[in-house]
Design a protein around this ligand. Sequence first.
Ligand SMILES: *Cc1c(COP(=O)(O)O)cnc(C)c1O
Length: 388
Amino acid sequence: MSNSFIPYGRQTVTQADIDSVLTALRSPFLTQGPLVPRFEQLLSSTLESKHTLVANSATSCLHLSCLSLGLGRGDLLWTSPITFVASANCARYCQADVDFVDIDPSTGLICLNALEKKLTTAANNNTLPKIFVPVHLAGTSCNMADIYALVKPYDIYIIEDASHAVGAKYQGLPVGNCSFSDISVFSFHPVKIITTAEGGAACTNQPHLYEAMLNLRSHGIIRDEALFEFPSPGPWAYEQQHLGFNYRLTDIQAALGISQLSRLNDIVKERNQLLSNYEFLCKDLPITFLNIPKDCYSSVHLAVMRLLDSDSLKHRAVFNGLRSAGIGVQLHYLPVHLHPYYRSLGFTEGDFPHAEEYSKSSISLPLFPGLTLSSQRHIVSTLAALLQ
Ligand SMILES: *Cc1c(COP(=O)(O)O)cnc(C)c1O
C-alpha cells in the first residue's frame, strides 16, 4: 500500500503512445497533416457514425455543434444541472439562453418525467428550446430512445454531451452512432477515457452539419473553388465566408489519440471491473453507487457513490476525511446553476432540488486503469472508518 496521493482519475500513457507521438514529431506535419483525418476515420468506425470531426477540446466541439444547428440570440438550450459547465456555456457563446432539467438522483441523469413536464409547460408558454443537451454522466448513456420520442415532436435538436462516454454502449450500439441525436460530443482531456492531452470529437450522420463544423473549425475558410462566391483570382485563392475559429487538433495529438483508441475496449473493461470491485467491497456500507440501467454498457468514467441518510455536514466530513488520507475524491458536480455566473443570470438555490440534493451526497472515488485492488481496499476501509 503506498502513501502517495491517489487522484480521482488520471491518464495512462504507454510506450506505444510515446512511440506514436515521436513518429508524428519526426514527420513532415505537426498539424494539418494526415493523422487528423486518420484519427477521425478510426473514431467513425469505432463509434459507428457517418462523420467525425476532431477539435482542440470537447468545449470547442459543443460550440461548433450549436453553431452548426443555428443556435443564436433569442434561442434557448436545455441541459442537465449535473454536468461540467461547458454543456451550458456553449449556448452562451452563441448569445443564446440556458435552462436546466432536473435529474433522477439514482442515476444522476436527466429525469424523463421532469423533461416531459417542462416540455408541456414550455410548449404552452412558447418557450421551447432549440437544442437539448442530455449528458451521459459517468459514462452511462441517458435513455436516448425515450428522450428522442419526447423531444423530437417539438422539432428540438439533440446534442449528446458524451464527454464521459467514449467506449460506452446504449442498447448494444456505441454511443456516438447518433441514432437518437443530431450530434454526439466526446472529450479527450486526460481525466477522461482516452486522451489527446486537450481534444474532443463531434460525431454526426448529417453531412450538412459535418460540413458546417468543418468550415468553422478553421476560420470559416473555403478552399474548394467550386464553392467560391466570387470568381477565383488564381490557384492561391481561398475565401472566408463565415466567422470561424482556430479549433484544430494537431497531428501530434492525433498520433496520441490513435494509439490510445487502439486500447479503448480494454480500458473500458478494466474501468467496469474496478467499479464492480468497489461495489463488492462497499456492499455493507451505507452508500449506493449510481444505478446503471440494464440497456447501458457504461464506460465508467467515474465511480460516483452517494451517502445514504446523510446531510451536508456528514458529506463534507467524509470528503475531508478521505482527502486528508491522501485519497483524491472529487464532486461531480456542483450544480451548474449555482455557479456565480449562472446565479447572475437569475438562477438560485431550490431551482433544481434533486440536483442540489444529489450534489450534497455524492462523492467520486478514485478510478483509473492501473488502480490496484489493494488500493481499492485501502480506499474502502478508510471510507468505512469515516462512516462509523
Ligand atoms: C470534460 C467535459 C467537457 C469539456 O471537455 P473539454 O475537452 O475539457 O473541453 C464537457 N462536458 C462534460 C460533461 C465534461 O465532463
